[in-house]
Design a protein around this ligand. Structure first.
Ligand SMILES: C[S@@+](CC[C@H](N)C(=O)[O-])C[C@H]1O[C@@H](n2cnc3c(N)ncnc32)[C@H](O)[C@@H]1O
Length: 407
């Protein structure tokens, strides 16, 4: 805990002079004079301290409510790690349907240390993830939390969301570094929790909506898929969308493309495990150069904005489609204006965008960096500039918007 604490006496405003006189070069000698051990880095931190404001302008109630909100958020940040811990150690699954358990009972069922079980349970109780009964000293996972934390088939299933969030946070020191120069970090260059969390988080939405709502919203797509269509799923990651479509449409063939070989290999294993590898293949290719022509359907799930050159990808999709084919673009739900996205979903997506999507795009050629909250107008501009004659929003959820583009 703690950062480069600047003694009050060394703050720029206490050293006198106008803010512009507090440039590091001017301040550093003074700081060194007062404390010879003061480093240049600490001097930089010192000059970035806010200027003093008139104390009468501060509403103490508002200040304290902001501080307490921040306490809640620090707890939530730590809880992300504890949810992933509970998921990986099987703690939620052990609690699910088990009725009230003591820490010792949970520890016995999961093989973990009782002391850790107790501390983890207390944190979970403080956040209302589990209920605590002081009389018995036991903890219970309520039915709703049981669904959200253990039922992989539910659209409310959450562990993947936490896992990708934790992975993003774990990689954040590297993002902090590249933010200074505008450099990027590729999707491939993240911890495993990012890739696995992405698969597990998005799959719940695809399970719930892809076959039931999104594909039927495209003009004529389901009829073609039922009789036998050729589909390219570009930026397929671990292939959850590809496998799901293959399971639903046995007469069709699918090829998943991704620029990261680790994902392509995992996707191939997923297809084999699902028993659809006779009709699904995965290949290493970028969105702007994947092979094949005359596809009936090209899909992109939550990846167009991650690409360095989405305009180049759009042009290539158009060249790869059959004249009556369609491009389905699934993007994070977003309004066109920043102020449209200043809500809890937008907050989470701007967070992922800062730590994952923007660095991903900036790591590639062109580096357009659309961001996860690009919004319909910017996606439309890219698609129509590539020569698509129609572009329309066909479906959506609180998390995703689905567009159809036709050549
Ligand atoms: C957020 S993930 C989505 C993965 C998958 N579509 C899903 O929904 O689970 C973004 C994916 O885009 C891929 N990607 C990024 N840039 C790409 C490019 N230029 N060409 C192909 N794939 C790319 C990444 O490797 C990653 O698998």
């Amino acid at each position: 805990m703690g950062g480069p604490l600047v003694p009050d006496a060394l703050r720029p405003e206490k050293l006198g002079g106008a803010p512009e006189a507090s440039a590091p070069g001017l301040l550093y000698p003074e700081l060194r004079r007062q404390n010879p051990e003061f480093t240049q880095e600490e001097a930089m931190a010192a000059v970035h301290q806010p200027q003093a404001i008139d104390p009468s302008a501060v509403d103490t109630d508002k200040l304290m409510s902001f501080v307490f909100r921040a306490v809640d958020e620090v707890g939530a940040t730590l809880n992300t790690a504890l949810v992933v811990m509970g998921d990986k150690l099987g703690l939620y699954r052990a609690l699910a349907g088990a009725g009230p358990l003591s820490p010792a009972e949970l520890a016995r069922r999961t093989g973990i240390s009782e002391r850790y079980a107790q501390e983890w349970l207390n944190e979970q109780a403080a956040g209302d993830y589990v209920d605590y009964d002081p009389d018995s000293g036991r903890y219970v996972l309520p039915p709703e939390q049981t669904v959200a934390l253990t039922d992989e088939t539910s659209p409310a299933y959450l562990p993947g969301f936490f896992q990708i969030a934790l992975g993003s946070v774990l990689d954040s020191p590297r993002i902090t570094e590249v933010a200074k120069t505008g450099g990027g970090i590729g999707w491939h260059d993240h911890v495993r929790d990012v890739h696995e969390g992405c698969e597990r988080f998005f799959r719940t939405g695809y399970n719930a909506h892809l076959v039931a709502e999104w594909l039927p919203a495209l003009k004529g797509a389901v009829a073609k898929l039922q009789t036998g269509a050729r589909v390219a799923d570009v930026g397929c990651g671990h292939g959850s969308s590809t496998v799901l479509m293959a399971q639903a449409f046995p007469a069709s063939t699918f090829v998943g493309f991704d620029y990261y070989n680790g994902s392509v290999e995992t996707a191939a294993r997923r297809a084999a495990a699902a028993g659809v590898d006779d009709r699904v293949i995965f290949e290493l290719a970028t969105a702007a150069s994947f092979p094949g022509k005359d596809y009936d359907l090209v899909t992109m799930f939550d990846c167009l904005h991650d690409m360095g050159d989405p305009a180049g990808a759009a042009r290539h999709v158009r060249e790869s489609l059959a004249p009556d084919g369609a491009w389905m673009i699934v993007e994070p739900a977003a309004g066109d204006r920043v102020e449209d996205n200043l809500n809890p979903v937008g907050r989470a997506f701007y967070g992922f965008s800062t730590l994952l999507c923007t660095p991903s795009s900036l790591s590639q050629d062109v580096g357009l960096a659309l961001g996860a909250q690009a919004g319909e107008a910017r996606i439309r501009a890219i698609v129509t500039a590539a020569g698509f004659t129609t572009f329309r929003r066909v479906a959506g959820t609180p998390f995703n918007t689905v567009f159809e583009a036709c050549p």
